[in-house]
Design a protein around this ligand. Structure first.
Ligand SMILES: Cc1cc2nc3c(=O)[nH]c(=O)nc-3n(C[C@H](O)[C@H](O)[C@H](O)COP(=O)(O)OP(=O)(O)OC[C@H]3O[C@@H](n4cnc5c(N)ncnc54)[C@H](O)[C@@H]3O)c2cc1C
Length: 395
């Protein structure tokens, strides 16, 4: 225990100095420099294997560090997909060469990662994807389109899933690849969302050649690779959010209600108590899940519970904010932070799987209820009339 106390003391001291040195609104260069310093100081990839650039420490150190960082907003958002999804996927199923090549720069913020699963005709039903990868000599030739790809504009690499065999049922002919986002055949077009920012993008692939050694997992085994990434995604969205700023939190809104003399109003109090309970439930569940993950227990489908709770909390708190603050919410009170939270809220109920899909997963795989009927699970992909399937693909 004294070692851990010393570790906690050093972590707190380091974080205090490092966050005090950050500019008020850290841009990409400052965020990258922060990640490199975090890694040099021994706090990036705390439990990741040392041979690939992690710190090789235990869940106990990770817990202590998270505790020390709990109330701080660190400029690590742009690295979230790499740290929370792509890195863990490569560590689980990547080749030795892939781990040696990609993990260290990812942990140091030198290379940013994105995840390219969703397509215009394949979101909830992502197995209907149509981006094609065809073996051409010693490389794969990729053509198609992805959409809603977070941080693609900043990314150096991405995990892509593409159809490699249309003659088998849709879940069976998919392969995962590492894509170099700087390849001349990759075009990234930012999409503006309701916050006015361009968080996600469209990504087009025109004859992008991907070397055979960039396949992640098995050829045609991309569905199970994608499930690995998605499970990490849900847990990491849920747990990551435990540390992000909450402008429409119980604390912020009860303060705003007090200032406006609204605390005597029973409807407002009722709303606030509801919010408090939801926040406590989310914080406790995400803390428990985070400890389980760090102790090596995989939450599996239960990650969907945290993700669903977070989406509901985000929407409900934005709703409560608009009731309590009235028009002030959109009149950019509080530096526009609440207005931004209001605009960002609905995205939380979609990204990483929609609330309806989370409920389906919880029903099927956590509660053991009967599965939804799926009539297309055994039909070869090329015979399906899915989404926007192009004529050529179904020939
Ligand atoms: C902020 C944000 C970030 C994102 N980042 C990424 C990213 O980095 N990479 C990536 O690949 N994707 C990303 N996405 C895409 C996201 O994964 C999809 O939006 C999501 O899976 C839903 O797909 P869709 O938008 O095509 O909606 P659809 O699947 O068309 O769904 C439309 C509606 O139908 C409902 N529905 C669909 N199927 C069922 C069913 N079986 N039962 C009940 N209801 C159903 C849905 O719940 C939804 O309400 C992001 C999305 C957002 C909002």
């Amino acid at each position: 225990m004294p070692d851990l106390d010393e570790y906690a003391r050093r972590a707190r001291a380091w974080l205090e100095t490092a966050t005090a040195a950050l500019p008020p609104d850290p841009g990409l260069a400052a965020a990258r420099a922060f990640m490199a310093d975090l890694h040099d100081a021994g706090y990036s990839g705390i439990t990741w294997p040392a041979e690939y650039g992690g710190q090789g420490l235990s869940a106990a150190e990770e817990r202590v560090f998270q505790q020390a960082a709990r109330d701080l907003v660190l400029p690590v958002g742009v690295f979230g997909i790499g740290l929370g999804m792509c890195g863990p996927t490569l560590l689980s199923i990547g080749t030795e060469e892939q781990k040696r090549r990609y993990i260290r720069p990812l942990l140091r913020g030198e290379e940013i990662w994105c995840q390219m699963f969703s397509e215009p005709g394949a979101g909830s039903d992502v197995a209907s994807l149509q981006t094609r990868a065809v073996l051409d000599g010693d490389a794969w030739l990729v053509n198609g389109q992805k959409v809603w790809t977070s941080v693609a504009k900043q990314a150096d690499f991405g995990l892509l899933i593409a159809r490699t065999n249309p003659d088998v049922p849709k879940h069976q002919g998919i392969t995962m690849f590492v894509v170099d986002m700087h390849d001349p055949g990759v075009t990234v077009r930012p999409l503006r969302d309701m916050t006015g920012e361009s968080h996600f993008n469209e990504v087009y692939f025109d004859d992008v050649r991907i070397a055979a050694d960039q396949v992640v997992g098995e050829v045609d085994g991309g569905w199970s690779a994608a499930v690995t990434t998605l499970l990490h995604e849900r847990v990491s969205i849920g747990m990551g959010a435990a540390r992000t700023e909450r402008p429409a939190s119980f604390e912020a809104l009860s303060g705003a209600a007090r200032e406006r003399g609204l605390l005597a109003n029973p409807l407002v109090r009722d709303r606030l108590v509801d919010l408090y309970l939801q926040e406590r439930a989310f914080d406790l569940l995400s803390a428990r899940m985070s400890q389980e993950v760090k102790a090596g227990i995989q939450p599996g489908a239960r990650g969907s519970v945290v993700k669903l709770l977070l989406a509901e909390l985000t929407l409900d708190s934005a709703d409560a904010a608009s009731e309590i603050l009235g028009p002030g919410t959109v009149a950019h009170d509080d530096d526009g932070k609440i207005a931004r939270a209001l605009a960002w809220g609905p995205g939380m109920a979609l990204g990483g799987g929609t609330n309806e899909i989370m409920r389906n997963i919880i029903g099927d795989r956590v509660l053991g209820l009967p599965r939804e009927p799926q009539v297309d699970r055994t039909v070869p992909f090329r015979d399906l009339k899915v989404g926007t399937q192009a004529k050529e693909a179904s020939k």
